[in-house]
Design a protein around this ligand. Structure first.
Ligand SMILES: NC(=O)c1ccc[n+]([C@@H]2O[C@H](COP(=O)([O-])OP(=O)(O)OC[C@H]3O[C@@H](n4cnc5c(N)ncnc54)[C@H](O)[C@@H]3O)[C@@H](O)[C@H]2O)c1
Ligand SMILES: O=C(O)CC[C@@H](O)C(=O)O
Length: 470
């Protein structure tokens, strides 16, 4: 972000950088517990350190879409950033216009940051997914552009697990149907095919953050828990890992999916898997819409094999709230599915609680702010994780060099040749795949020295992007 033009106004920037009265100190020292525990020991968070900013904070533009929580807006406002805020996602052409000159974008699950969109983002430094899933972003292309992506890996896990517990009871007691009947004046007091969940078996596919939380809650209800995962994971309570998906399907009364959207999980449950399930069992999906073959599920319900389903996610989801948005034009099986008994449909609200959204807002906004202000990429999902302890308050004429480059032999020799004319206080470098990230603090450097460093690094053939913080 620091261009040679900006370097001309360096003197002012130095003044701003040493002024600690703003909020960067507050933000960088008050992340959530999960964020704190991910910070390497070498980073001092307790000591008062110099706030690094190479820019007037008012120049930083943040685009927030999809009703990102106000906790994030407050953090960004506290930094003095310019925040443009939208409650919904944007159509692709509008998104391309908006993304052109922003430095950071915050999204949730609807906004697709594809290569086609990202290549218009000429000033973009960082992306924040204010959710768990990151499948909506082309992570590799973002990394190739030198753009780090952050998410919130488990702030909404509990909310999803609680929703699924509610759905298990709702399906077992056909509560959705009884409620709809009562809303239309029908009194239908029945017990036929309504069950307690105590003693029944819950099969969890994907025993990660959500699956494991759910396992504990289900056992508290008196359920037996089986789980299937591609990796071996320690069982909580008396849950048991099974070695094949078929074994889980054949033994479970309720099957629930908690896997990421990947090529391997596409249609993970389709006609053969429904056939392998127990007669009268139930299917739940609050992971991603691609994981279940819904037309096959519709057939399995129609023939009575599956006694009910609860779905929170769909292959295509509306871009914004509104009546009539969920229809056959969006997914051509909608009217068939909604006409079936014991089908609970929710609009991707698994993680939509006040607690989860507020925690996610703080966690992701803090990660973005630390990356913008300090270059710290710890917690990024597509980038080498690099950080350095802060600069001491009394240090002046210091510059932090952030150099993102292609991971090829010879780069460090070239970069260190450039930096070796100056006093390198500390430096750290790491790589992930084709991308590498070097962070170095240089002291006793004046304006012309900074310009020289910038110009020389900018001329290297391996450069993807450079930022200088001072
Ligand atoms: N409905 C919602 O609002 C909502 C909220 C949060 C998360 N989610 C979705 O739920 C998914 C799971 O979340 P999480 O936090 O538990 O993720 P996680 O990464 O902690 O756990 C996922 C687990 O799935 C396993 N897995 C991956 N591929 C598999 C396969 N082919 N077969 C079996 N297991 C496989 C992994 O090994 C891992 O243990 C997320 O990817 C996200 O898309 C939805
Ligand atoms: O809030 C959202 O839009 C996504 C919620 C959930 O699917 C996630 O990935 O965390």
């Amino acid at each position: 972000m620091a261009s040679p033009q900006q370097i001309n106004s360096l003197q002012n920037s130095f003044q701003r950088a040493v002024n600690l009265s703003g909020s960067p100190g507050q933000v960088s020292t008050s992340p959530t517990q999960s964020f704190m525990s991910s910070i390497p020991r070498r980073m001092s968070v307790s000591k008062q350190t110099k706030a690094l900013k190479p820019f007037s904070t008012g120049d930083i533009k943040i685009l927030l879409l999809e009703n990102v929580n106000q906790t994030a807006v407050e953090i960004f406002n506290g930094q003095g950033y310019q925040v443009e805020y939208y409650k919904a996602s944007l159509p692709e052409d509008e998104l391309i216009e908006k993304i052109r000159d922003v430095h950071a974008i915050g999204i949730r699950s609807k906004t697709k940051l594809s290569e086609r969109v990202l290549k218009h983002a000429k000033s973009l430094v960082v992306i924040g997914c204010f959710c768990i899933g990151t499948n909506q972003v082309d992570l590799d292309f973002a990394a190739k552009m030198g753009v780090a992506v952050f998410n919130s890996p488990f702030s909404n896990s509990r909310s999803v697990a609680e929703l699924v517990i509610a759905e298990i009871v709702t399906l077992a007691r056909q509560l959705g149907d009884r409620s709809i009947e009562m809303h239309t004046g029908t009194w239908n007091k029945v017990s036929n095919k309504c069950w307690e969940v105590r003693g029944k078996t819950l099969g969890i596919i994907g025993y990660g953050h959500i699956g494991a939380q759910l396992s504990v809650l289900a056992e508290a209800f008196g359920m037996h828990v089986l789980y299937y995962d591609v990796v071996t994971i320690m069982a909580l309570g008396t849950a048991k890992q099974v070695s094949t998906l078929d074994e889980l399907l054949g033994k479970s009364d309720f099957v629930t999916c908690h896997v990421p959207a990947t090529a391997e999980t596409k249609n993970l449950l389709s006609a053969p898997q429904f056939a392998a399930m127990k007669d009268g069992s139930y299917v739940i999906n609050a992971s991603r819409g691609t994981v279940i073959d819904i037309p096959a599920l519709v057939q399995a319900i129609k023939v009575g094999k599956i006694a009910g389903t609860a779905l929170d996610v769909y292959p295509h989801e509306p871009a914004k709230n509104g009546a009539g948005a969920f229809n056959d034009d969006l997914n051509d099986w909608v009217s068939e599915l909604t006409s079936l008994p014991n089908v609970i449909l929710t609009p991707h609200i698994g993680g939509s609680t006040e607690e989860a959204q507020s925690a996610i807002g703080i966690e992701v906004a803090t990660g973005l702010t630390k990356y913008i202000n300090e270059g710290c990429s710890v917690g990024s999902v597509n980038f080498p994780e690099v950080s350095l302890r802060g600069l001491d308050l009394d240090q002046e004429n210091v510059v932090r060099v952030l150099y993102i480059h292609h991971n090829v032999p010879g780069v460090l020799r070239t970069v260190n040749n450039i930096l070796s004319n100056h006093n390198i206080e500390k430096q750290f470098s790491d790589s992930q795949g084709d991308i590498a990230y070097l962070m170095a603090d240089i002291s006793s450097v004046d304006q012309s020295g900074i310009k020289e460093i910038y110009d020389q690094l900018n001329a290297t053939e391996y450069k993807i992007s450079i930022r200088l913080l001072y």
